[in-house]
Design a protein around this ligand. Sequence first.
Ligand code: ZN
Ligand code: ZN
Length: 190
Amino acid sequence: MVHVTKEGETYSEVPLNGMKEMGNVTMKKTILQELPIPTHLKEYLKPVGAKNDEFHVEGNIQCLCGNNSFKVCSSNNGNITQLTCSSCGKEMVIFDAGKHGYDGFVCKDDFLDRTEPLIQYVCKKCRNTDFLVDVSISSQGKEDFLEEVVNGDDSFKPEDWVDGFEWITASLKCNECGAKHRNFIDVETM
Ligand SMILES: [Zn+2]
Ligand SMILES: [Zn+2]
């Protein structure tokens, strides 16, 4: 189960050992864990499965209009990847290695050739251009980020930890024929 708090933080509910019987009321003990969903994906990444925690989250991308198929354009070998909603046309950059992740966000390491044109991805099997997009993010966790980054640099805030993630992958599935393109993005960002 995934919760979004008033502050916009996303949590998954993790069952702890066992259930507690209290009369005929069964109380399920849970702890709430923050998920490492980067700010720029907060509104779009919908966690899937039960294995999400502070160090890893995976899910699919959904547009604010509810649609989940996208045109996919990228440059710099996937280091800049932009989606366009097939239904409402909204554009979203799901990864920009010069801005997102530890190297981009924390170290401000931008080695990308921004003059390189974005090329639209086409299904190799059926030539369709609409894809479902799965994304996974790995993080070293909040604690490490506070110690290594926030403590030594006033320009970072504790809540920035989700943006200093260490790995991102994205896989595409053709909306027409179902062909998969695994690890369209597969970048270690630190
Ligand atoms: Zn849309
Ligand atoms: Zn296809």
